[in-house]
Design a protein around this ligand. Structure first.
Ligand SMILES: [Cu+2]
Length: 180
């Protein structure tokens, strides 16, 4: 698996380096403003070994509010909700439970994602207000075998040396304090 490193300079003083693995499961946009509404696009670069992908299951991290999947033709959606330890307000209503898991599953083998191809699975969410790195765990199921993209480095944000890292999202401090 090849990976290269790119550095992005934001504003004058804020520089971030992010490892872009062209395989694995990574987010198309790995930088976002804390507290903003964000479209998370998970790019699935390969199958399990040579086996095609049959399902993608995303664990929505704590603090990511109101996650909503983008449907995919030929794939069924399952959305799992759980009660929140800290209810929050949205559009004047108190939200007491929220989405914790989204699953896309191919309806038949016609829709399996072959190892030779890539695809994207998206959901929208409101991001936590606190800046810093967040890791999104993804389970990839194939006709044979499973990849658990859940490894997180003990410190920092480099995924070097990790066999199946979780998808990294870096939240930048936001100037705007918008209450939706
Ligand atoms: Cu990979």
């Amino acid at each position: 698996m090849i990976s290269l490193k790119i550095c992005i300079k934001i504003f004058v003083s804020y520089a971030l380096c992010i490892g872009i693995a062209n395989a694995h499961i990574v987010l198309a946009d790995q930088l976002a403003a804390a507290g903003s509404y964000y479209k998370a696009t998970l790019r699935v670069g390969h199958g399990c070994g040579d086996e095609p992908t049959t399902a993608i299951i995303v664990k929505i991290p704590v603090g990511f509010e109101g996650a909503k999947p983008q449907p995919k033709f030929g794939w069924s959606l399952t959305i799992k909700k759980e009660p929140l330890s800290k209810p929050f307000k949205s559009h004047g209503k108190t939200i007491t439970e929220d989405v914790v898991e989204i699953k896309w599953e191919a309806n038949s083998k016609d829709f399996y994602l072959p190892n030779e191809q890539f695809d994207e699975f998206s959901f929208s969410t409101r991001l936590p207000a606190k800046s810093g790195p967040h890791w999104i765990s993804v389970r990839q199921e194939c006709t044979k075998g499973v990849n658990d993209w859940a490894e997180v480095p003990s410190s920092g944000t480099s995924t070097k040396g990790l066999k199946s890292p979780a998808a990294l999202l870096e939240l930048l401090p936001s100037q705007v304090n918008h209450q939706h």
